[in-house]
Structure formats: C-alpha cells, structure tokens
Design a protein. Structure first.
Length: 543
C-alpha cells in the first residue's frame, strides 16, 4: 500500500482515487458458455503478456511514451503473476452489453503499477502495441478499481456535517414551483407505471425512529438490503483514505454517516409516498465503496426488481460519485503527467485522450447498459466547488453524473442561487442536468470548515448521535449536498413516470427539464438558459 502522508491543502497528488492493488479488465467474449473459464483464461494470457511488457509503441509522442513506460513492472524483474485472483463472487466476470465482460484482479500493492497495467492494456486495446494472445475473447480496455464515495471532499455528498433541526416540529414536506405543479397535474397517458426507486448508498445498522412518526413510516416502507458482502478491504481502506485527505477547506471526513442513505430515502418517500422504495448498501458507514461493489449491485437490479413485470419502471438514485478526478485537466495531469506538461495543460487529442477515456470506461459501460435496459439513473453532480471556488473555477459534474445517459443534479440554496459547494450540473452539449434545492453551507473562511446553514434540507436521521456528539432526540436533522437535491429529482421523476408507462427515461428527463425555471424566457433575453450551474433550476422548497 502506498506510503501514508498528509498532503498540503493544494497538493492533490497524494489523494487516493482508487484501490491501490486492483484493476478491472474489460473483454469481449460473445459465447455465454465460455464464462465459466473466461476469468482464468484472461488472467493467464495477460500475465504472460505483462511478464515481459512491451516497451515500444506505435507513433507515440515522446512525452506520452514516458508516461506509459512500465518502470515498476520492469523493476519487478518479470513477475510471473502480476494479476492475481480475487475471492468468491468477485472472481466471476460481470456481463455488460451483449458481449462485454468486466473482470477484476488484484495487482501487487503499488499505486504506480496499477496505472502502468491500466495504460499498457489500454494501449494494446487501442492497437498501439501488440495485443495479448487470446482465444475466444479480445481485450476491450482496463480501469483501476475506482473508489465510490459520499465523502465531502472527494465526490457525492454531503457538503458538510449534519446538524440538529431546531424547533419542535421542523418543516419537512416539499413543495414545488408553478411549472412543476402543472406538469405533475397533467395526464400524459392512460396506462400508469409501477415505479420502483432503488437507492444505492449507506445503510444504518440500527433503526431507531426516536418517536418520529414520519421516520417510523419510512422504516416500515423502505426495503433495506444490507451489504453483507461489502468487502472488508473497503473498511480497511478508510483510515488510509482519510489520512490522505487535507483538512481544509472541507472538514476531515472521519465520521460515520450510515444515515446518509436513509436521509435520501426519506426525501424520495415524502415526494412520492406510493413508490416502491429500496435501499441497497454499497458504501460502508464512512461513505466509502468501490466500483466493483457498485457494478455488481447495479447489474443485478433490472432482473431483481423488474423481472417480467411489463408495467414496472426502475429509477436508480446515486447520491454518490466515483473518485475519477475532476476537472478533467486534473485527471490528465495526474494520469499522464509528462503528456500534460508537453501540451501545457490543454486537453489532449488522439491516443492520450483515448487512454483517459478508457481508464473510466467500465463505469461508462455500466451506465450505458442500464440506459439500454430502460433504467433512469439520477446521480449527484458532486460537492467540489468550495475548493474550486478558491481558484475561481466551478468544477464539472462528477462521474457518473458526467455521462449523457445519466440525469445529473446540481444543488441550489432555497432562493435558487447556486449552492456554495455544488459542481456544475451539465456538460455541453448533453443537456442532461438539472439544479434544485439542496441546502447551503456557510464558509467562515478558507481556513475554517463550513457548517450547514439554516437553509439546509430537513430530513430523517436514526443514529443515536450526530457526528458532533449531540444526542439525536427527534430523528430530524438539517443537511446539505447534491446528494439530497438528487433525491428530490428522483422523487419527482417517479411521480411523472407513474403517469404513463409508455414513457422512456429520456421522456421523463425532458419533462423535468421543461418544468425548470423560465428556460425559454431567459434564452430569448440572450442570457444563459441553464444558469451558472449549466443546468436549469427546478423550483423546490420545504414548508
């Protein structure tokens, strides 16, 4: 495992983005009966290939050739098994699309070796070097096993610590602007859909309602699947991950937040109380998981929740993000530093760009497969803007919210202005983002952590204590983050989809975006139709 160190506040090269000793390999293998031996055949062939890794590449610029040079592998002196088996179900390939399979392997615990293996395999898949000898399958690409997270600094949410909701009975129920109410009142079809919302998040172990009737109603309604198979390595990674993260300007995330997923579920339940609601644990109590766990659960959802029910429709709420670095220039500078310097930070073209895209290609495949199954994925844009604001830059949405097939959600305060922490909600020209209420935070100074303001979202909380140590007597807290604006949009999407089973996910997205704030008027005035977060504002608030 990489040497532990505490980076400077502006030193992100020490931050952890992926597991230090695992890679995902994507292969094409059309024969379903071949899967029984596919995992081992791929491993054997790639180990033979990596034992004497290529050092000559086709027409690569000198700086890029330096980035992909297998120094760590060469220093290892021809290790026979660079890729090693994982245990149990993780040693079974997962199928995406008709013929694409994802296989996860363990690599010797050296962070640079994961990068080297990933780049070498992607160069082979791109035809920039000789491909590994294979029978019955072909190499499609490789990625690190990216972390997934609801930590405030890295991605997902929350934007700051929860705090007790003041008052005996704080406001909770959501109300919406006139255009949203009109769309909800419309009838777009005769055949209603049975809508299922699956929330992939954290899960609390104990479920105390603290005498809160809404929380008790939610606990009776939501179907919770605890991550009994959540790998122990994720839990072991948490202290190491935390030690790599700077303490400023965000609070250090060494606090358990098992109620993050339950808070999200409460928002969806309030907006769409009749929806079939599932909460799947893919993050541990510290809000950390990985792409392997996320993929396994996502792959199972259509069959598990939809089955052969022709009237059922599925929405997946991802109030989390992968730790693929954003903005993209940061990914480029960390993944291919020599090439980055040679073009002075401009976004690369050709092979360098293809290497970066394939390094998160597994997540892209997963999202595209869900879209092809007719599943609507709603994902948090991320909470990186506090640190980016210090440099005058608003970051783009996190992955997977970045992808065109995903409905990305940015956050606003109660007045519709961008939340201080929120990433942008769209990537032009996709038009796949929205902004809505997510609560806000107060930043006292660049050297002091933010706290949630009084305009945070009120929601349910079951743990006996808050991270601050305050006792939880009411089951209500205030919290802020793009996680929670994401839940609002998932709840609204469920209500709109329920009206007409004939709608496709893109139809639901279109209805939500056309319900957003004065798009046509603002375009006619010549101003940005999608606002400062590049995603139109859908009016929502609590009363």
């Amino acid at each position: 495992m990489a040497e532990r160190r505490r980076p400077r506040r502006d030193d992100e090269n020490g931050l952890v983005n992926h597991l230090p000793d695992e890679v995902s390999v994507r292969v094409r293998a059309p024969a379903a009966e071949y899967v029984d031996r596919l995992y081992e055949d791929v491993r054997t062939a790639l180990n033979r290939y990596l034992q004497q890794p290529p050092t000559r590449f086709h027409d690569l610029h000198q700086s890029l050739a330096q980035d992909v040079e297998p120094r760590e592998l060469a220093a290892a002196g021809g290790v026979a098994e660079v890729l090693q088996r994982l245990d149990g179900a993780r040693a079974v390939p997962t199928q995406f699309a008709n013929d694409v399979w994802h296989c996860y392997y363990r690599v010797e615990p050296a962070m640079q070796r994961v990068r080297e293996v990933t780049n070498l395999l992607n160069l082979a898949a791109l035809g920039q070097t000789d491909a590994p000898t294979a029978q019955g399958w072909s190499l499609a690409g490789s990625s690190p096993n990216w972390l997934t997270s609801a930590l405030p600094f890295s991605c997902g949410s929350p934007a700051a610590l929860p705090r007790l909701a003041a008052g005996g009975k704080p406001p909770f129920h959501f109300e919406f602007g006139e255009s949203v109410r009109a769309e909800l009142a419309s009838n777009h079809g005769r055949d209603p859909a049975r809508v299922i919302v699956a929330i992939l998040d954290t899960c609390p172990a104990g479920l105390d309602d603290h005498g809160n009737p809404f929380l008790r109603q939610l606990l009776d309604r939501v179907q919770i699947t605890h991550g009994e198979d959540l790998p122990s390595y994720v839990a072991e990674c948490v202290p190491w991950l935390q030690e790599q993260m700077p303490s400023e300007p965000m609070p250090r995330p060494e606090f358990a937040m098992p109620d993050h997923g339950l808070f999200v579920a409460g928002i969806v339940h309030d907006i769409a109380p009749e929806v079939e609601l599932h909460l799947f644990q893919v993050l541990n109590e510290f809000g950390v998981g990985d792409l392997s766990v996320l993929e396994q659960v996502l792959r199972s959802l259509p069959e598990k929740l939809l089955g052969d029910r022709s009237d059922a429709r599925l929405i997946v709420n991802l109030s989390l993000g992968s730790a693929v670095p954003v903005p993209r220039r940061r990914f480029f500078s960390r993944w291919l530093p020599d090439a980055y310097g040679s073009v002075q930070g401009a976004w690369p073209e050709g092979v360098a760009n293809d290497l970066l895209e394939r390094a998160h290609g597994g997540l892209f495949n997963t999202m595209q497969w869900l879209h092809d199954q007719g599943v609507l994925v709603v994902a948090a844009a991320g909470n990186d803007a506090l640190r980016e604001h210090l440099k005058g830059v608003l970051p783009p949405p996190r992955y997977p919210a970045y992808y065109e097939s995903v409905l990305a959600v940015a956050a606003a305060g109660p007045d519709g202005s961008p939340a201080a922490y929120s990433n942008r909600g769209d990537v032009q020209p996709f038009g796949n983002g929205l902004t809505t209420f997510g609560g806000n935070v107060v930043v006292r100074s660049a050297k002091r952590p933010p706290v949630t303001a009084e305009d945070g979202i009120v929601g349910v909380y079951s743990s006996p204590k808050l991270p601050s140590g305050e006792a939880n007597h009411s089951g209500w807290v205030r919290w802020a983050g793009t996680s929670f604006s994401t839940a609002i949009i998932s709840g609204l999407a469920a209500r709109l989809w329920h009206q007409n089973a004939a709608q496709a996910p893109n139809d639901v997205i279109h209805r939500l975006r056309t319900s957003a704030h004065d798009i046509a008027t603002r375009r006619a005035q010549g101003t940005d139709p999608d606002g400062p977060l590049d995603a139109p504002y859908l009016e929502a608030h609590q009363h």
